[in-house]
Design a protein around this ligand. Structure first.
Ligand SMILES: [Zn+2]
Length: 167
């Protein structure tokens, strides 16, 4: 398997060639993703370009990686996967998808692959990073839960207390 991906592709040309891209992108190529999450492995990419009618190219595939993030409930770091299922059309300006897909202009422009993948990954990334519900508790939550009935507990109150109480 070839690991090197091209930096750029031209969607129209890639579509007419039925180009298939498979490989890895290092975290250094994905600065926005790296700023939000600590990547623990290279991004695995699998993309297929195909013609989808006149002036239309369909790109499908997947991009996936694993990152370390801090759980906002228990404040421990944990590892999680970030995956993007990609299904995007490239068309001319003002093009509208007949299949309710995202349509990007730039059919004949150089597409910077890393930027495109980063956009798709960040769209699919969670806004908040948390362990599964019930898998963890805020530090000190168990003693507190005995003092207060659940309805009166305010999760932001807990957070404020934690933030003001770093030692
Ligand atoms: Zn947690």
């Amino acid at each position: 398997m070839q690991d090197a991906l091209p930096d750029t592709v031209i969607p129209r040309r890639a579509g007419s060639q039925a180009l298939r891209l498979s490989g890895r992108l290092p975290g250094a190529a994905l600065p926005r993703l790296s700023a939000a999450f600590r990547q623990v492995e290279a991004l695995r990419v699998d993309l297929v370009f195909s013609e989808a009618g006149t002036d239309r190219v369909l790109v499908t595939g997947q991009a996936q990686t694993r990152v370390r993030a801090r759980c906002q409930r228990c404040l421990e770091e944990f590892e999680m996967g970030i995956n993007a299922d990609i299904e995007v059309e490239f068309g001319l300006p003002d093009a509208v998808s007949a299949h309710a897909r995202e349509v990007l202009t730039g059919l004949d422009d150089k597409l910077l692959l890393s930027e495109f993948l980063e956009d798709e990954l960040l769209l699919g990334a969670p806004m908040t990073t948390l362990h599964e519900a019930g898998d963890c508790y805020p530090p000190g939550a168990i003693e507190e839960a005995e003092e207060l009935p659940p309805a009166r507990r305010n999760p932001f109150g807990d957070l404020t207390k934690l933030l003001g109480n770093k030692d």
